[in-house]
Write a protein that binds this ligand. Structure first.
Ligand code: ADP
Ligand code: MG
Length: 359
């Protein structure tokens, strides 16, 4: 299949970093790709280049074969000719216009009846009826967010670009709108790129993931694939593998490999060859803690540890361990009580062979 969106670009900032983005995406109607990475990764820069607000020094952007930008051929389409819907972090609603005027802002070329019809259906779709005549300051954060989304959609965009759409909201509205936004994006049927640095948002919103770090695209694929099989250390870290350790493959038999990590030999279920230098990656959620004298379980890996620190995280507790190497686990508050976890106490950590990723 020919990818609908092809991006190969290089954007240099005077005295700053160079952003290099290379990606291909199917951009099918209603599909959502999340541009995910830490602050400063270059996500907003890629979005601005796609929108036509920034001009890359080198490269090209093709949408369904149409060149939006091709520095070699001297092609650069201005934003309005690309028909992209844009939503930025701070919504940037015009403060002196009503909600309805904001939504109709980009439609001045259309007859008044058509403008009214489009904004009426968007107010209904986004549950904003009754708020048409309010100014942005008379709307809640969540309502402003939806008015901004309505404005982005009013032009009937071919591609929707959302930059950290939920970051300006307080935590409860953010969690509520996360689920609602996913449903709405499916309903609109417009291919959408969403920028976020938030792992939960990436998981909640995305079908596909574009992992960016240090000004580069590191990995592109379905969200679950990138989260389960990161190809680079940077991607493993940002997708939540908190334990990352250097190791060496000792042997491989019957599909299982044995990796030397510090004083231990771990069993993993990944393709590898004896002698390979690897990084062993493990999620805190996949580590189970038990009493020091716990009976063996089916889990292949079983390490005696000492508790180094305990940090409460809501209903869970993050447990840093010394297993001869640093290891992180996460348990419920209940398990913490039950196991009597405290700094300096011995504990057994177990994890299954398939939980370990090698990078
Ligand atoms: P993200 O959205 O992932 O946080 P950005 O695309 O905003 O990252 O920025 C990527 C890098 O480019 C950062 O180091 C940032 O400081 C730099 N940068 C972005 N815009 C400019 C600019 N106009 N001038 C100079 N440096 C910039
Ligand atoms: Mg940004």
């Amino acid at each position: 299949m020919v990818p609908a969106l092809v991006v190969e670009l290089e954007k240099r900032f005077q005295g700053g970093p160079t952003i290099q983005a290379s990606l291909e995406w199917s951009a099918t109607p209603g599909r959502v790709a999340v541009l995910f990475g830490p602050s400063g990764a270059g996500k907003t820069t890629v979005l601005r280049c796609l929108a036509g607000l920034d001009r890359p020094e080198r490269g090209r952007i093709l949408f369904h074969g149409e060149p939006w930008c091709d520095t070699q051929a001297g092609v650069f389409l201005p934003p309005q000719q690309r028909r992209v819907g844009l939503l930025f972090q701070d919504y940037a609603l015009f403060p002196h216009l009503t909600a309805e005027q904001n939504v109709q802002y980009g439609l001045s070329h259309l007859p008044a009846s058509e403008r009214r019809e489009r904004s009426r259906s968007l107010f209904a779709l986004l549950h904003l009826e009754g708020l048409e005549q309010r100014g942005p300051r008379e709307l809640s954060g969540g309502q402003q967010q939806r008015v901004a989304l309505a404005r982005a959609l009013a032009i009937r965009p071919k591609l929707l670009l959302l930059d950290e759409p939920l970051s300006a909201l307080d935590a409860p509205s953010r969690e509520q709108l996360r689920g609602e936004l996913r449903r709405l994006l499916r309903e609109f049927g417009v291919p959408t790129l969403v920028v976020t640095h938030d792992r939960l948002e990436a998981l909640a919103l995305g079908d596909d993931l574009v992992a960016m770090e240090g000004g580069r695209v590191r990995q592109v694929g379905p969200v679950a694939e990138v989260f389960n099989h990161p190809v680079e250390l940077a991607v493993a870290r940002m997708t939540g593998f908190e334990t990352v350790l250097p190791g060496r493959i000792l042997r491989r038999e019957e599909g299982l490999a044995t990796v030397a990590v510090g004083p231990h030999a771990l069993t993993v279920l990944e393709p590898a060859q004896a002698g390979d230098e690897v990084f062993v990656c493990l999620r805190a959620e996949d580590v189970t803690l038990g009493p020091p004298e716990a009976a063996p379980t089916s889990a292949r890996n079983r390490l005696p540890c000492t508790v180094v620190s305990l940090v409460p995280e809501g209903a869970l507790v993050r447990v840093a361990l010394d297993a001869g190497f640093p290891l992180v686990a996460r348990v419920t508050r209940f398990s913490r009580e039950e196991l009597g976890l405290a700094e300096g106490r011995p504990v057994t950590a177990t994890f299954k062979a398939p939980a370990v990723r090698l990078v």
